[in-house]
Design a protein around this ligand. Structure first.
Ligand code: UFG
Length: 332
């Protein structure tokens, strides 16, 4: 299939592109590079440097590459920032997304896999979270992801634009060539590894008074390759139907302290910690039920052990201590 990957120069987008190419699909990365990295565009993929709001370039790209399906990952995704700057989130996650859908309609590209989020649920009433549970986002980030899901539903109904919306839990880990590099970094695992490698003095634990087994928040970490595989499998259903799927490993999840302990074990480095106040907007526990995607798409995560997930991220970080553009191959 000929697939356009918006946000394909980002962390998850680069791994999705790797998997597409591995499976023999044609991948075209469309990315503004405002957060993505040119070096993260996988060899073998075509690259278009562009903004989703550039309707002409978008239409031209869909036509020139005869795109049959889109994996839409370009978005802003920081909860705290979304509360401060909702306009940015509505513009980039909703308005730009609608521009993409309209270009797809014009071109007759009728299939889309969308990167949604556990943030669509807000503060969940029960664990593990199922797709049928209430969606009550508590911040503009989750709200904009949900708004776009709603648009997808109605575009499907009216225009037969088939979609799979994948609600990610906590993506983590790395492949040999693609890893996580955000600026600023806010995600726990890269932060912990930056402390291990000496790029930050300590890890701040945001609150240890949650009603969990050790007082710190529980999350559902999923290896980025398992997450990427789900996109490829989702493409396969879109001729027939649309669907919304959670994407996590389930189980008991891991607390912040368990993540730090596992990282100490994997890296054999000292990782100093400090406990501080809760981060606003953090639910105590977020664990997915992924029964639906297992049942309907036959998805089956291969790397569920937290140590393995962290080891893959650590291997990447040792080779790229300063991120993309600063490869230290051979020093790992
Ligand atoms: N944490 C720390 N210290 C840090 C960073 C994180 O204690 O320096 C804690 C957080 O408080 C949270 C856990 O580690 O309890 C995981 O935090 P992340 O920022 O890595 O991930 P989140 O669970 O906050 O975020 C994820 C996705 C978001 C999505 C959100 C849904 O990355 O895109 O889930 O709530 F919005």
């Amino acid at each position: 299939m000929r697939v356009l990957v918006t946000g394909g120069a980002g962390f998850i987008g680069s791994v999705v592109t790797e998997e597409l190419i591995k499976d023999g699909h044609t991948a075209v990365v469309y990315d503004s590079l405002y957060k993505g990295h040119r070096e993260a565009v996988v060899p073998g993929a075509d690259f278009v440097h562009g903004d989703l709001m550039d309707a002409e370039l978008l239409r031209h790209t869909l036509k020139e590459h005869q795109i049959e399906a889109v994996i839409h990952m370009a978005a802003d995704s920081l909860v705290g920032e979304s509360v401060q700057q909702p306009a940015k989130y509505y513009r980039n996650n909703v308005v730009a997304g609608l521009a993409l859908l309209d270009a797809m309609r014009d071109r007759g590209a009728g299939r889309i896999v969308f990167s949604s989020s556990a943030a669509t649920y807000g503060e969940p009433e029960k664990q593990p979270i199922e797709e049928t549970d209430p969606t009550r986002p508590t911040n503009p980030y989750g709200e904009t992801k949900l708004a776009f899901e709603h648009a997808l539903r109605w575009y499907d109904e009216a225009y037969k634009l088939r979609y799979a919306s994948l609600r990610y839990f906590n993506a983590a880990g790395a492949t040999e060539n693609c890893g996580e590099q955000h600026n600023p970094e806010t995600h726990l695992i890269p932060i912990v590894l930056q402390a291990a490698i000496g790029n930050r003095p300590h890890v701040e634990i945001y609150g240890d008074d949650y009603p969990t087994r050790d007082g710190t928040c529980v999350r559902d970490y999923i290896h980025v390759t398992d997450l990427a595989r789900a996109h490829i499998q989702a493409l396969g259903i879109l001729d027939e139907r649309s669907g919304i799927y959670n994407l996590g490993c389930g189980g008991d999840g891991y607390t912040v302290r368990e993540v730090i302990d596992a990282a100490r074990e994997v890296t054999r480095r000292d990782i100093p910690v400090r406990t501080s106040a809760r981060r606003p907007g953090d639910p105590a526990v977020l664990v997915a039920s992924s029964e639906r995607i297992k049942r309907e798409l036959g998805w089956n995560p291969q790397m569920q052990d937290l140590r393995e997930i962290i080891r893959s991220a650590w291997n990447w970080m040792e080779r790229h201590p300063d991120g993309y553009g600063e490869a230290h191959d051979g020093e790992a």
